[in-house]
Design a protein around this ligand. Structure first.
Ligand SMILES: O=C(CO)COP(=O)(O)O
Length: 253
């Protein structure tokens, strides 16, 4: 059975007081036994504080990015070892905003996925197509390419430590969610690509999440789909009550 995961990507939102208030309220609201695994990704500045707030609760803390090197002259960067050192357990890699605004490529994403796995950090590797690619019939080839390139050199043993997030760029922050049918179709493409690379049994074990305007109204529909194993939630994860509702309505198959 695959894990079901709901992850909140806070992006560049929430300063110290809001991090504290939201995490405290969230852990309170979901403490009575939670079915999906819950992850929250605050900004770098608050990771240590978030880890200490989440200690002893069922919320895991993720970073939103990292460098692939251990240390060195990389001004402004944070290494995998530093994330582990502060108690972070997961890391979002290759988000489309990082690809678009910070020149992330499949090659750098791949180096980061390898580094994460080597440090026992669980990577949430993102992929997703633009509206133009979708409308031009290029979605399948694009997604397969992102998965293959992002996972190059990752062994069958290590892929079991990886989570994939399908985030169609046209659905992020737009209020325009992919329908459950559209999202399932792409998550199946991803699983078939994993099966091509690692065999069907291994592919069945890898969680594939959907992200893009996910909310309390659409989460049940989306997570009921066979190959959607949870969500990577942006805007709707910023308020504890709304995020807790999403978690509560997630279908764990
Ligand atoms: O990018 C996302 C999560 O990583 C999705 O963002 P929204 O849920 O705000 O569309």
């Amino acid at each position: 059975m695959r894990k079901t995961i709901i992850a909140g990507n806070w992006k560049m939102n929430h300063q110290r007081a809001a991090v504290r208030d939201t995490l405290t309220a969230l852990t309170e609201q979901i403490k009575g036994g939670v079915k999906p695994e819950v992850i929250v990704a605050p900004a770098f500045a608050y990771l240590a504080e978030a880890v200490s707030l989440a200690k002893g609760t069922n919320v895991h803390i993720a970073a939103q990015n990292m460098h692939f090197e251990e240390n060195g002259a990389y001004t402004g960067e944070v290494s995998p070892a530093m994330l582990v050192d502060v108690g972070v357990s997961h890391v979002i890699l290759g988000h489309s905003e990082r690809r678009r605004y910070f020149n992330e490529t499949d090659e750098t994403v791949n180096l980061k996925v390898k580094a994460a796995v080597a440090h026992d950090l669980t990577p949430l590797m993102c992929c997703g197509e633009t509206l133009e690619q979708r409308e031009n019939g290029k979605m399948k080839v694009w997604i397969e390419g992102q998965i293959k390139a992002g996972l190059a050199g990752i062994s069958a043993a290590d892929i079991k430590k990886v989570v994939i997030a399908y985030e169609p760029i046209w659905a992020i922050g737009t209020g325009r969610t992919a329908s459950a049918e559209q999202a399932q179709k792409v998550c199946l493409i991803i699983r078939n690509t994993l099966a091509f690379l690692y065999g069907a049994a291994v592919a069945e074990a890898v969680p594939v999440l959907y992200g893009g305007s996910m909310n309390a109204h659409n989460v049940a529909d989306l997570t009921a789909a066979r190959d959607i194993d949870g969500g990577l939630v942006g805007g709707a994860s910023l308020k504890a009550a709304e995020f807790a509702e999403i978690i509560a309505k997630t279908i764990v198959k």
